[in-house]
Design a binder for this molecule. Sequence first.
Ligand code: UDP
Ligand code: UDP
Length: 476
Amino acid sequence: MEYSGNPNNHSPHVAILAGAGMGHLTPTLRLAASLLKRNCLVTLITAHPCVSDAESKLISLFLSAFPQARKEQFHIVPLDPPVEGCDPFWLQWEATRRSLQVLPSLLQSLSPPLSALVTDVTLLTPVLEFTATLKNLPKYILFISCARMFSLLASYHTFFSTTHHLPEDDYFSKAEFLETPFPGVGPFLKSSIPAALQEATNLFVSIFKEDGKKVSSFDGVFINTFDRLEPELVGNGAKLFDGRVMPPLITVRLSPCDFERGAGSSKLGWLDDQAPGSVVYVSFGSRIAIKKERIREIGEGLVRCGYPFLWVVKDKIVDKEDTALLEDVIGDELMEKVKSKGLVVKEWVDQGGILGHKAVGGFVNHSGWNSVTEAAWCGMRVLAWPADADQGINAEAVEKSGLGIWAKDWGCLAGPNSDKMVTGEEIGTKIQEMMGNDLLRLQAQQIRDEARNAFGDGGSCENAMKELIEKWKMTN
Ligand code: UDP
Ligand code: UDP
């Protein structure tokens, strides 16, 4: 079946298929908002039900802010038999992958016909499979991590191929780094690669290899990065590697939008009372559960560091289950100490608003890519303490670009390799190191200025986005 395309060359119609988790949904909705503001028609396709309350709330806020956006949802077919004890977001991806048979009829029912389909990276293989009959439909990936992580996805399967002569056994047991086949891209440290990709029998290994082989079947990859953050990769995406041409990387600015403001509190009153640049903001994203002992050492570190702090505590992966009282998580004694020195909360906060507040001078974070780019956009120094997943690779970008420092010798913040004890004293000293580092502050500000140039009117990223929309308009 030939897909007939959008006959209306004034407003391209783009369908966006969202993945699970706030780290995926947030950039998806930011991309949708950006396309709507550029007069595209947008249909948002989401799975029902969502895993977390935060996701449902954000979707509602987006739809209220953009009543012109269309919404389609499909029902998740639960895994049978059910899988116990696995990360609920992983399970949702797997269940979503198996629930996408509805896609061809859903996409064809949309009117006007689509100019393009954008899929979350976790769904790229089923999207290719289920849209195989829609021949002329341009397809794009929304990659929610950094370009270096994308290069790992695109090349990971080649590490085991005959061309690179790395037998699987050597990779899983001995290799300390992996040489990437992308020209000009430095090797990946094994210790930065997601833990799941280092276990031969992990399901993620086969998914990642399969997904990686297919990225070159897409017309482009939206990615929230820019030259100054990842100079070795941005602009290099179309280079040949392994005999294939990679799809172009379309760098987009996916910074916080106004509609997100209502999702969480911004603690503006408290921040307004603090001296400019004095506050340490501490938050480890939307889905990292930190062990109680570690939470308490972090608290001790904050009390010792000598700066006021805004600290977001989270001890469950899914927000619906995060019901324990703050006092019970951090203990009464520490609670008393932190109260007099900073603000500690256990709730969803408006991170965009906080990072942009003049009182905030440094960000202690797990280097989730959304958080890193939000910090870059605000010119905010980062102390990176990655847990797992792509965060080690993101932390490399934080360090290399000069946006922040990476507490490498602390090991992982959470997850399978997080056994190393890190004391409150060490944490306090490292925070002082970041907050007292003026060079870092200046570098972060430069990064913000360069981001604003790249994404501002006439900037390279802004021009590329305009060209793409013009191209879609011509699709018939
Ligand atoms: N976030 C927020 N408030 C919170 C926690 C997280 O607004 O209380 C947002 C944060 O700004 C970012 C996203 O949730 O946009 C988290 O994505 P990231 O890639 O940083 O980390 P992940 O949660 O995927 O590990
Ligand atoms: N990823 C991918 N395909 C998948 C799942 C994940 O390419 O099916 C990539 C993506 O870059 C993601 C990273 O692997 O950021 C790590 O995924 P994880 O869920 O562990 O972390 P998160 O998505 O919260 O960043």
